[in-house]
Ligand binder design. Structure first.
Ligand code: SF4
Length: 366
């Protein structure tokens, strides 16, 4: 098993159901993770800044058409308070995530990024959907370090069916990812595993695209539909005939995580919230044991957290940053892992104009 795996080899692994073979794959991915990015698990403090969204994704509870959801938008003071909490607890990165909220202004985000960079040592990751180049450039100029935008699936027809274009105009996320890279961001993307209509062949292409895009961060989670969405209403349907429909299970998603680790050995790969939602007891740990090296604990103020309902029962119902940190530290120690220090950027690639650097631990921006 090598980073040069081809499509046929990937397909064979994706279709594998022999537990002994799968165990060997997961062990190998864990070994690659250990050798290439080490035992540190980088923690990113997630702040969900707005649940308004102008899009109509067919699976997501934040879609504009979901009139049952109470909407919120954090003010700058609430975001800064949460960011200070992330810094105080010793994390190296804050992630500002939101729907495509038209009321979020370019200058407002730029000022927030500047303030976070001025007051804390945090790296700033943005995940605010499809934005135009001028906005992305302004945020990068303000100091944002990373941008996350999942392409969700490399199958164009499947993508269009779950993510309709605004006013009928599709945006090609792959092109947008290239623009984000050109602006000097670290680039994150990823997919959902088990979308209705998603075949093993399609996921094999997704994996090859991760490698081709040379992603710095790769998010992989099992597909979960919100019930108040078109796909939620159709849950349980078999979308692909025969045995080619990819299941939306933790096992399948963690196999994709393992293959992504082998193909992209130096990428930062989170253990996603969707894993922990499908398997609250073991989902997070299983991903960390099968190639993942990042966890994103939620620092959204508690009163808003349950309203960021991409799908129901999202995440771990815990309100205190101290208890999140204590629980994770115990869990990681039990796994022979430790909490990563510093911003935990992509190994071998400095953010912005800094020189290439090969050491992955304790990397600071100073
Ligand atoms: S997936 Fe993202 S863009 Fe689509 S409706 Fe949900 S928040 Fe909006």
């Amino acid at each position: 098993m090598k980073a040069e795996m081809d499509r046929e080899e990937l397909l064979a692994w994706l279709r594998a159901d022999d537990p002994i073979r799968l165990e060997a794959l997961w062990r190998h991915a864990d070994h690659v993770r250990q050798r290439c990015v080490g035992d540190a698990v980088h923690l990113r403090g997630l702040i969900e800044i707005s649940n308004y969204c102008r899009r109509q994704c067919a699976y997501c509870g934040l879609r504009a058409g979901n009139r049952t959801l109470k909407r919120y938008r954090l003010c700058a003071e609430e975001i800064m308070a949460a960011a200070r909490e992330v810094a105080a607890i010793g994390y190296g990165t804050v992630v500002l995530q939101g729907g495509e909220d038209p009321a979020i202004e370019t200058g407002w985000i730029a000022r927030l990024v500047r303030q976070i960079k001025a007051e804390t040592p945090l790296a700033v990751t943005l995940s605010l959907g499809e934005r135009d180049t001028a906005e992305l450039a302004a945020w990068r100029a303000a100091g944002a370090d990373r941008y996350l935008l999942r392409f969700e699936t490399s199958d164009p027809a499947l993508y269009q069916s779950i993510h309709p274009g605004l006013n009928g105009i599709p945006v090609h996320r792959i092109d947008l990812l290239a623009q984000i890279r050109a602006l000097g961001y670290e680039v994150g993307s990823g997919i959902m595993v088990g979308l209705p209509g998603q075949t093993y062949a399609s996921v094999a292409w997704d994996l090859l695209l991760f490698r081709e895009l040379d992603l710095d961060m790769i998010g992989i989670g099992p597909f979960i539909a919100h019930p108040m969405t078109p796909l939620g209403a159709r849950s349980g349907e078999q979308a692909v005939t025969g045995n080619e429909q990819v299941p939306n299970t933790v096992q399948m998603a963690s196999t994709v995580v393992a293959l992504a680790r082998i193909l992209c050995p130096q990428a930062n790969i989170p253990s996603t919230t969707a894993m922990a939602t499908l398997n609250p007891r073991q989902g997070c740990q299983l991903a960390l044991e099968r190639g993942a090296n990042v966890v994103m604990p939620n620092f959204t103020p508690w009163i808003y957290r349950q309203l960021y309902e991409i799908y129901p029962s999202k995440g771990i119902p815990d309100s205190s940053a101290d208890s999140i940190c204590g629980r994770l530290e115990n869990q990681l120690t039990g796994m022979g892992r430790r909490i990563g220090r510093g911003p935990g950027g992509r190994i071998g690639r400095w953010i912005g104009s800094k020189p290439e650097f090969e050491i992955y631990e304790n990397v600071g921006y100073a």
